[in-house]
Ligand binder design. Structure first.
Ligand SMILES: Cc1cc2nc3c(=O)[nH]c(=O)nc-3n(C[C@H](O)[C@H](O)[C@H](O)COP(=O)(O)O)c2cc1C
Length: 369
């Protein structure tokens, strides 16, 4: 199976990369992640000053991570004099160096970092929403490098298409979508306190919770803005997720939170299972997925659920969750009744059935995770 892809001219042996964060926080960590088979590397965001990170700074549930990490806690000198020279010697995959934040930071950093980077990813997380500021940051970087520039989009940017166009028009080659979502809060009612975060208490959410948003942003930007390559990031946990992002319009992907929730070897599991996932959906290469256009099926007439009584365990989940009171389960009689006058054809029962006994409403099979 051909897993190769190319994003803004950077050739990758497969489309999977780590997203900027603690797992790519120095040379040891980056070389460890490389050994798991990823197609390329992205570093932790480097800025002109080391970040003062509040502790604790990372918490994780089963489907989400909350963090207050900021950027690299290491000073730029350590990256420039030790970490990046070693990586330049030892890394065998392309390295995208993540940088932040202001135009002045870029004037100082890019000339020093340029010789190590195959491309730059620029965090815009803390620079506000003014697109003219984004434009100035990109043009400042462009004056100091010929390498591909990827502007990383935070989901709190209101005009995403405008962001991508300003990035492109000032010399960027790509957009990385999306950064973590927020700001958000974690509250401890017992201690009457905000659990963690910086002085303002805010933290940022990432992981599978944000995948639908990330997919929508990738789709929106890749379809609305020509001449810009999109790297998709946000909630990827499986090889199937990678296929979804490529179908949405990404040319490569990144992930972090699922590795924080499940363990670092998820990179290896995803890369190793990608050929099987492609095969399952009838693709012969990553390139073929990227070139596939999604169909958009909109209709307004309802379809009603069909229940396979051989699979049904009469657990009543469909009855409990139905928002239209349209489905009844009789455990003793082993019957499931759908009142088609009440049924709105919403699809929820099909996506919640634990044994996949319901079909006919959603065009996809199976319980949603
Ligand atoms: C602990 C943590 C630290 C992060 N640090 C950075 C960072 O330094 N620079 C950056 O651009 N994004 C950072 N991110 C955001 C991720 O790179 C990524 O965009 C986001 O988490 C969504 O992807 P995911 O759901 O796969 O984690 C961080 C995320 C987490 C959870």
């Amino acid at each position: 199976m051909d897993l190769r892809t190319s994003v803004a001219g950077i050739e990758l042996k497969n489309p999977v990369m780590p997203a900027s964060g603690p797992l790519v926080g120095d040379d040891e960590k980056i070389l460890y992640i490389e050994r798991l088979g990823v197609g390329g590397i992205v570093t932790k965001t480097i800025s002109t000053k080391a970040a003062e990170v509040p502790r604790p700074c990372i918490g994780g549930g089963t489907s989400y991570v909350m963090n207050a990490e900021l950027w690299s806690e290491l000073p730029p000198e350590k990256w420039i004099n030790e970490i990046l020279p070693r990586l330049k010697r030892e890394l065998k995959v392309p390295m995208i160096v993540s940088v932040g934040y202001t135009k002045e930071d870029m004037e100082q950093l890019i000339p020093e970092l340029d010789k190590f980077a195959d491309g730059f990813e620029v965090s815009t997380h803390y620079v506000g929403k003014d697109l003219s500021v984004i434009g100035e940051i990109v043009s400042t970087i462009r004056k100091n490098t010929d390498k591909p520039i990827f502007m990383k989009m935070s989901p709190h940017i209101p005009d995403r298409i405008g962001f991508a166009k300003v990035a492109r028009d000032n010399g960027a080659n790509g957009v990385v979508a999306i950064n973590s979502l927020g700001p958000t809060l974690k509250i401890d009612p017992k201690g009457r306190q905000i659990v963690f975060g910086g002085k303002d208490g805010y933290v940022w959410v990432s992981g599978p919770y944000i995948k639908p948003l990330a997919l929508a942003v990738v789709y929106e930007v890749s379809h609305a803005v020509e001449g810009i390559d999109v790297i998709g990031v946000g909630g990827i946990a499986t090889a199937d997720d990678v296929v979804e992002f490529l179908l949405a319009g990404a040319k490569a992907v990144q992930l972090l939170s699922s590795a924080l929730i499940q363990g670092k070897d998820i990179y290896k599991r995803i890369v190793d299972s990608l050929p099987r996932a492609l095969e399952k959906y009838g693709f012969r290469s990553v390139q073929e997925v990227i070139e596939t256009e999604l169909e958009w099926n909109v209709k307004y007439e309802p379809d009603h659920p069909k229940v396979d009584l051989d699979k049904c365990t009469f657990c009543k989940v469909c009855e409990w969750v139905c928002p239209y009171w349209a489905i009844w389960v009789d455990k003793e009689a082993k019957t499931v009744t759908v009142d088609e006058d009440k049924c709105f054809g919403c699809g929820l029962c099909q996506t919640r059935c634990p044994v996949n006994a319901i079909s006919g409403v959603m065009p996809v099979e199976g319980k949603w995770r």
